[in-house]
Design a binder for this molecule. Structure first.
Ligand code: ZN
Length: 294
């Protein structure tokens, strides 16, 4: 019987980040057979158990025999071996939010039934760490040329705090403008390219735009123009953001900090990784068989 393919489609795509890590199997075998002087057969049974670590996928400590797929190359950066030695590990990182935790658990149960193929783990993270990693990924993915990034950041933040599989359908027509509106039920409404949002959601967008552009030239940019911190806080107060979010502070920096805490709190609460080893195991087997039959 053919087993049904496991699909991640039950989770909101905005909560899933994918990374492909490459491994050079020539290097992987050489480390064991040449350096440790073990047989090809032992190397194969050891390598079958191999799972890269989070720091390999994140790029924080990617090392031989691994390299990231974004480095477009036909040759191994370590041994110069050709592409036929390459295999892929496909990692999905889920920033899990209570609103879809049920679907996540169900998917994990399915993944655990295929333990050879899928390795799953959950690194310890605080909500603040999850938020700053999200900000980091967003920062890397956006293009600060022009003004379009303001929209991208606003929409990404809405998807972060209100994750749903329906966003792709709801916003299929594309977002041309995010408009503050005081009479939207459910917090938002989409109509002909305009996304009307409540003061809470609009203010969150200004906050995140301010945060993400601070480290860039002409920082502090938002939908409302370039603002200093006190100006941003005055603007937020005027649109009713503090009231909407239950923020009670007199001093700008204090208000800013309270707002960050609320934004972080509205987001994901745990991180899960699932690493698909299918391509790796298939290629490992074929490389091993060729070596063995030589
Ligand atoms: Zn290599």
């Amino acid at each position: 019987m053919k087993k049904a393919e496991i699909s991640f489609d039950s989770l909101p795509s905005s909560a899933v980040s994918e990374t492909t890590l490459k491994i050079c199997l020539k290097c992987a075998f050489d480390v064991i057979t040449k350096q440790l002087k073990l047989t090809t057969r032992t190397a194969y049974s050891e390598l079958k158990k191999h799972v890269p670590e989070e720091s390999d996928f994140s790029g924080a400590a990617t090392s031989r025999p691994h390299f990231l797929a974004e480095q477009q190359t036909d040759h191994c950066p370590f041994c110069n071996g050709t592409k036929r030695w390459f295999a892929d590990f496909h990692a999905r990182r889920i920033d899990s939010h209570p609103s879809f935790e049920k679907e996540r658990k169900k998917l994990w149960t399915a993944l655990k039934k295929a333990p050879d193929r899928f390795t799953v783990w959950s690194p310890e993270r605080t909500k603040m760490q999850i938020f700053s990693e999200w900000l980091e990924r967003l920062n890397r993915s956006i293009d600060f040329e022009g003004d379009h990034w303001l929209l991208d950041v606003a929409v990404s933040n809405i998807k972060r705090s209100l994750p749903s599989s329906d966003w792709e359908i709801a916003l299929a027509g594309g977002v041309r403008r995010v408009q503050l509106s005081r009479d939207v039920e459910e917090g938002w409404r989409y109509e002909a390219g305009w996304l009307y949002v409540s003061p809470g959601i609009y203010g969150d967008a200004l906050m995140v735009q301010h945060l993400i552009s601070r480290s860039h030239l002409h920082g502090g940019r938002t939908f409302e123009g370039r603002l200093t911190l006190p100006e941003l806080m005055r603007r937020l107060r005027r649109i009713g953001y503090f009231e909407a979010r239950g923020i009670d502070a007199h001093e700008p920096l204090e208000a800013f900090e309270q707002a960050i805490v609320k934004i972080v709190d509205s987001g994901p609460s745990a991180v899960y990784y699932a690493v698909d080893r299918k391509d790796y195991l298939d290629k490992l087997k074929s490389v091993y068989e060729k070596k063995r039959d030589k």
